[in-house]
Write a protein that binds this ligand. Structure first.
Ligand code: TIU
Length: 220
């Protein structure tokens, strides 16, 4: 059986069932003036992983394997934004407020866009999601099922929030989940490694973690 070198043990690759899911590599989380910074975070940590995410996406495209992109955002009328989420954390700019990159985390606004270097290409699935997890209130599960996808490689931000939440959702739905170590980041030093430790503990209770090189070797 094909394998990808991973922790806590080799990932049992089924190449024809595999897709890459890139979580929320949006301007709002990576650039000054967006949602991430409005929560008090140092967003410079996020922009540093862009070359690694780009390399991983290029590898999947070259291998002819599906790439899925997600965007955390809400409808302009805020009908999919619970007050509990809008009011959380007392941010400088709340979701839906007008900021330097347009209305914060609203579908179609400039700040909500995926970073141009990582932009989806024709034919790739793009999921707009109102929650931290990409399966909640989206068509993601049905779209993956229609394509026969059963294994997911994860990249994107932040490791401990939207990436981990989506990995847990996917794990409970029967997907085998592999996190690409250099292609994910947190706003907090320490949280990325803590999230990875939680994911791989107890015999990959949530999933596996591997280097981009190991993943590339497996899929090429
Ligand atoms: N995409 C994502 O992780 N959304 C967040 O709000 N993350 C934070 O770490 N705040």
């Amino acid at each position: 059986m094909a394998e990808i070198k991973a922790e806590p043990f080799a990932f049992p690759l089924r190449r024809d069932k595999l897709a890459l899911i890139v979580i929320d590599m949006q301007r709002d989380f990576a650039e000054p003036g967006g949602f991430g910074e409005s929560l008090g975070n140092d967003v410079s940590r996020i922009i540093r992983i862009v070359p690694d995410v780009k390399r991983l996406i290029a590898g999947f495209r070259k291998a002819g394997l599906p790439v899925v992109h997600t965007m955390e955002c809400h409808r302009p009328d805020l009908s999919d934004l619970p007050p509990a989420k809008r009011n959380r954390g007392n941010p400088a700019l709340k979701i839906g407020d007008e900021g330097p990159m347009g209305r914060v985390l609203i579908s179609g606004e400039p700040g909500t866009a995926i970073l141009s270097e990582l932009a989806p290409v024709e034919g790739e699935i793009v999921i707009e999601k109102p929650g931290k997890g990409a399966f909640y209130a989206t068509p993601l599960g049905d779209l993956l099922k229609a394509r026969g996808i059963e294994q997911l490689v994860f990249a994107g931000v932040t490791t401990e929030v939207c990436v981990q939440t989506t990995m847990r959702e996917a794990n409970d739905r029967g997907y085998e989940c592999l996190l690409a170590e250099e292609a994910t980041e947190s706003y907090f030093s320490g949280f990325k490694q803590a999230a990875i430790a939680m994911i791989v503990a107890q015999g990959a209770i949530v999933g596996w973690v591997a280097s981009i090189d190991a993943i590339m070797e497996g899929i090429s």
